[in-house]
Ligand binder design. Structure first.
Ligand code: PEP
Length: 244
């Protein structure tokens, strides 16, 4: 039975003061008995604050990126060991904003996923098609291509990842894939994972998930939770998604 998982991607948002309020509202609003794993991924500078606020709570935390390199002359990069210093359990890799603005290719994303697993951090590997891809009927082909370098890793590595299906046209736009559209892609991703014996990997949906659309998405058999952007910055909204 795959455990439900909801992860908040704060992107480049937050401040010490705002995070403090958001984190305490989140912790106070959650019950220990929730059947859902919950995590937040702040920007790097706030990992220490998030660790200190959440260390005795049911909420775990992670980062939004990781370096392929172990250490050394890589200005601006953050290594797996550094993330381990702040007890990160998760790291998002291959988010569409990194693919688009930083030219991250799927091969690099796979190497990042591998580095994370090697250090005991669970990578949340993001894949998703653009609107042009979808309109050209290329959705599944694009997902297959993005996943291929990850699936080429050792199957023991693949079984330790999480996949997030995030259609680019739904991220931050207010447009959400319908449950049926999302399920079609999730089922395809699960079939792909099954080819390397990793069918039990959790597959999250991401793209304008809100309190009012989460429940319907979560009824789909292959949607195991959500990667939430904008709505994760509002404790009430994020808690409602977790409750769904
Ligand atoms: C995201 O950036 O991972 C995301 C899903 O954003 P939003 O929920 O704002 O669409």
């Amino acid at each position: 039975m795959r455990k439900r998982l909801v992860i908040g991607n704060w992107k480049m948002n937050g401040s010490l003061a705002a995070n403090q309020v958001l984190l305490s509202d989140l912790v106070n609003g959650l019950t220990k008995t929730s059947n859902c794993l919950v995590a937040v991924c702040p920007s790097f500078p706030y990992l220490a604050q998030v660790q200190s606020c959440l260390q005795n709570s049911v909420v775990s935390w992670g980062a939004q990126d990781i370096s392929i390199a172990e250490s050394g002359a890589y200005t601006g990069e953050v290594s797996a060991n550094m993330l381990k210093d702040f007890a990160c359990r998760w790291v998002i890799v291959g988010h569409s904003e990194r693919r688009t603005y930083h030219g991250e290719r799927s091969e690099v994303v796979a190497q990042k996923a591998l580095r994370a697993v090697e250090h005991g951090i669970t990578p949340v590997v993001c894949v998703g098609e653009s609107l042009a891809n979808r309109e050209a009927g290329q959705t599944l082909a694009v997902i297959e291509e993005q996943l291929a370098p990850v699936l080429a890793l050792d199957s023991s590595v693949v079984s330790q990842i999480v996949v997030a299906y995030e259609p680019v046209w739904a991220i931050g736009t207010g447009l959400t894939a319908t449950p049926a559209q999302a399920q079609e892609v999730h089922a395809f991703i699960r079939t792909q994972l099954a080819t390397v014996g990793a069918a039990d990997v959790q597959i999250l949906y991401g793209g304008s998930v809100k309190a009012d659309n989460a429940a319907n998405l979560f009824t789909m058999p292959d949607i195991d939770g959500a990667l939430v952007g904008g709505a994760a910055l509002n404790a009430k909204e994020f808690l409602a998604i977790i409750a769904a």
